[in-house]
Every structure is written in structure tokens, then in C-alpha cells.
Design a protein around this ligand. Structure first.
Ligand SMILES: *Cc1c(COP(=O)(O)O)cnc(C)c1O
Length: 464
């Protein structure tokens, strides 16, 4: 062991002296003695290692700063001004207040999670949402699991383990992260049989591939890409018919899926769950936190006997939803009972349908505060831009939007990064996107204008 530098040891206070200092009392009160003690020791050790002297006050100040950082929640609220409404990294759909209240209630007290009040007997946790899902989609039965990846894993395992699943080569998707369809299928224990080609798959490709070992035909929504040019895909209704004739199951993974026709609000058409069922799918899987606008969940709807098979599979238990999310999901589904007011009440839909004129007016109002906060370190311009739905929904459609473009002066790649970092350092971090040397703040998802403007005064000064 090497001796620490003699002079630095002499210049550092003992731990006890720091803990007895006037400023330390408040820290102990706030954070507890053992955590403060650990922190003070850590700070003193760091100074000793660096060969630096420090006063009692300096150690107290450094400890307070470290404790403040340590105790700050890691998952924090942000302003999503990226222009991607359902941003997976920023938590996808913001939930309506009805869902927030329901989740809080479920957290706080015992509930009827698996209890039937009428009979006084055990109930089913999925009953809270199954009624709404069947009503809204026309399905015979429904269940919910952790997410759509889980829904797919459960479906494939329950219906096709040890047997073959047919998928078009044009639909072997990777969604991002570790979600790659062939991997999920392998883990589900089903053998992937690819049919057709990347750009063209025909009904006869499926018909020729069905054999005694085939359990299932899977159609996957190509959520995040589009194959263009010389292409052919088999319509779901034809696949459903073929599956029925040959006695295999037909499952459609809609990805985002929606319960209502988005055309109604001028959004591009996305296949609805009801349409997929009507076209003949035995089961349809989709996410709870994409276009549906609810909490993270994977939903499976369709034929009752298949849902029953899924419900009794051991993976269902491993993938089941907790009471908090079930409560939130139920509250969101209840909003769908009244589609006429959905666009006001469901934040995801409200943000997606927000007109450009309204967003541009917001940008105009915020411009002076932004100019003042930046204090000459960057210029501010109003811009027209395009938002994306995100989460792989409607990959190629863009929503006309507006915002502010911040350009550092003088311009440089490093300067725009620093600017982005300054905005991320605000009390409620602001996340924009860098494009062509500018920081674009797409204001589509900014609803709390007053709070946003109020915190701009706390922008840290520009650092070179
Ligand atoms: C998003 C998506 C998934 C994964 O859904 P999660 O809810 O994120 O697990 C699966 N399939 C498709 C087609 C998707 O778009």
C-alpha cells in the first residue's frame, strides 16, 4: 500500500469534525446519519487520493452536492420535444388523468384484482379489461400480458411449440432492442418456416408450405419499414381462409394496432383490431402503449378457446400484468366507450391530432422567452417541421408540425451539442433533436406552456 501524500493528510479534517459542523446537521436530518457518514468519508477519501486540501465547510458543501445527486430520482419527467410522439425511450404514451387516478388507487389499497364481489370468490385479473376489449373489437375473448413481445411469445408457445410457424420473408421484422421475430419464435419453441421472398409472397407459397407439422400462420405488421416497388403480399382475409381450410391457426401481430379508425381525425389509416378480426384472424396481438395510448401492455384478442389455451399456459403467469397497470389500462379502455370525446381526453390522440396552426402559435408565444434565455448564445427561428407517430406506428407518415430552431452563434457541431446539454440540464429536462447543425424543438407534445417558459430562466450559462 502506498502512503498518501503527507501534506494532504494534514490538510483534511477528521470525519467527526465534519459531522459536527453546523452545516452537517441539516444533512443528517434530511438523509440519515449512515448515508451522510458514507458520503463524507467518500469525499474525504477522494480529496486525499487527489492530494488536495479541504476545509470542513468545503467537505460539507461537496457532500451536500453528492447527496443531492444520489437522492434525485433516476427516472425523471422530461419535456419530449423530439417530434416523436410515442417515443419508446421516453416512455411512449402519456396517460390520461383517469388512468393516473386509477393506478394510484390500485397502489394505495387492497382491490378486487382477482376477487369477484358478487360471489365472494376468486376472480380473474383479466376480467377487468376483457369486457372492454371484446366490446371494442368484436372479439369473443381477450387477455393482457406485459407487452406485445410477451403476447407474441405466449401465443406462439401456447399454439405452436414443437411445431412449425409460417411467416412471409417480407415480414421477418426487427423492432429495435432485442426484438427480432426469428429470435422470439425460437424462444417460444416454434420452428420458423419462411415462405415467399423479401418483396413478394403469394398465397400459393403458404399453401405449398403447409404440412402435417404446421401449427400456425403468422402475419406481422411491418411497423417500422415499408417495402416498395415490385411487391406482393397476401391479404389477411385470403390467409385466414387458407388457414381455416387446412386446419391451422391464423394469428396477426398488428404491432401498434388501434381500436378506432384514425381516418376520423385526418390521420393516415392504420389497420384496426376489429378489421383484423373481421378479415378472419383467429387471434390478434397489439401493444397497450402505442396508438392505444395506454400503459405498457400486450393485448391478445380473438377466439375464446384459443384465448383459454393461452390463459392456462405457464408463461401467462410469468408475463401477467400487475394491478397498477391493469387499473390504468381499464381506465383508458373506458375512454374508448365515447369516441366523440376521445381526441380531447386521451393524451396520445390529442397530441397526434394537434393542428399545426395551434403548434405554430405556441412557438410564436414562446419565442421571446427563448430568445431572452439564450442571451445571444444562439439564434432562435420559427420552423415548420414534421412530427412522427413513433413506436413503429405508420412508419412513413409524417404529421405537419412547428417549433423553434436554435442555432448556436457562431455555429459548430460542438456548440449545438453544448446547447442541447444545457436544455437537458433544466429542472425538467428538455429533449429536442439535432438536425443540420440546429437544435429543433418540435412543440407538438408541449402542453404545459407556463411551466416550460418559467424554467427557461434557469438555463445554465453557455460554457465553451
Ligand atoms: C412494437 C411492436 C412489437 C413489440 O411490442 P412491445 O409492446 O413493444 O413489446 C411487436 N410487433 C410489432 C409489429 C410491433 O410494431
Amino acid at each position: 500500500m502506498s502512503e498518501p501524500p503527507r501534506d494532504s493528510r494534514a490538510a483534511l479534517p477528521a470525519v467527526d469534525r465534519v459531522l459536527n459542523a453546523p452545516g452537517a446537521g441539516g444533512l443528517v436530518e434530511r438523509y440519515g446519519r449512515s448515508l451522510v457518514l458514507d458520503t463524507v468519508r467518500q469525499i474525504i477519501a477522494e480529496r486525499r487520493g487527489a492530494g488536495e486540501a479541504a476545509s470542513v465547510e468545503a467537505i460539507v458543501t461537496a457532500s451536500a452536492a453528492l447527496l443531492d445527486r444520489l437522492m434525485r430520482p433516476s427516472q425523471r419527467r422530461v419535456f419530449n420535444l423530439t417530434g416523436t410522439v410515442l417515443h419508446t425511450n421516453l416512455g411512449r404514451a402519456p396517460l390520461p388523468e383517469e388512468a393516473v387516478a386509477a393506478a394510484v388507487e390500485a397502489m394505495r389499497a387492497p382491490s378486487t384484482l382477482e376477487y369477484d364481489l358478487a360471489s365472494g370468490r376468486r376472480g380473474e385479473r383479466d376480467d377487468h379489461i376483457a369486457g372492454w376489449l371484446t366490446r371494442l373489437t368484436g372479439a369473443e375473448a381477450a387477455l393482457a400480458v406485459n407487452n406485445n413481445a410477451g403476447a407474441l411469445l405466449l401465443t406462439l408457445n401456447a399454439l405452436a411449440a414443437g411445431r412449425e410457424t409460417l411467416v412471409s420473408r417480407g415480414e421477418l421484422i426487427e423492432i429495435g432492442g432485442a426484438f427480432r421475430l426469428p429470435d422470439i419464435m425460437q424462444r417460444a419453441g416454434t420452428r420458423l418456416r419462411e415462405v415467399g421472398t423479401t418483396n413478394r409472397t403469394h398465397l400459393r407459397d403458404f399453401a405449398d408450405a403447409i404440412g402435417p407439422d404446421t401449427a400456425l400462420i403468422l402475419k406481422v405488421h411491418t411497423s417500422n419499414y415499408e417495402i416498395q416497388g415490385f411487391t406482393a403480399a397476401v391479404p389477411a382475409s385470403r390467409l385466414a381462409q387458407l388457414a381455416k381450410e387446412r386446419g391451422v391457426a391464423f394469428v396477426e401481430d398488428l404491432g401498434s394496432g388501434t381500436l378506432v379508425d384514425l381516418d376520423r381525425w385526418g390521420l393516415p389509416h392504420e389497420p384496426t383490431v376489429a378489421e383484423a378480426l373481421k378479415a378472419g384472424a383467429d387471434l390478434v396481438t397489439f401493444s397497450g402503449d402505442k396508438l392505444l395510448g395506454g400503459p405498457q401492455a400486450g393485448l391478445v384478442v380473438g377466439r375464446a378457446e384459443l384465448i383459454a389455451t393461452l390463459a392456462t399456459n405457464p408463461l401467462k403467469r410469468a408475463l401477467r400484468l400487475d394491478k397498477i397497470r391493469l387499473a390504468a389500462l381499464e381506465a383508458v379502455l373506458r375512454l374508448y366507450a365515447d369516441p366523440d370525446h376521445l381526441a380531447e381526453r386521451l393524451p396520445a390522440l390529442r397530441l397526434l391530432t394537434r393542428p399545426r396552426t395551434e403548434i405554430a402559435a405556441l412557438a410564436q408565444r414562446l419565442m421571446p422567452a427563448m430568445v431572452q434565455a439564450l442571451d445571444g448564445s444562439a439564434t432562435v427561428a420559427l420552423v415548420e417541421t414534421n412530427s412522427q407517430i413513433g413506436s413503429g406506428a405508420l412508419p412513413v407518415s409524417l404529421l405537419p408540425s412547428a417549433g423553434l430552431a436554435l442555432a448556436p452563434s457562431p455555429p459548430s457541431g460542438a456548440a449545438v451539442e453544448i446547447l442541447a446539454r444545457r436544455l437537458r440540464a433544466l429542472p425538467v429536462p428538455v429533449i429536442g433533436r439535432i438536425e443540420g447543425g440546429r437544435l429543433i424543438l418540435d412543440l407538438r407534445c408541449l402542453e404545459d406552456e407556463v411551466e416550460f417558459a418559467a424554467q427557461l430562466g434557469r438555463l445554465v450559462p453557455d460554457r465553451p
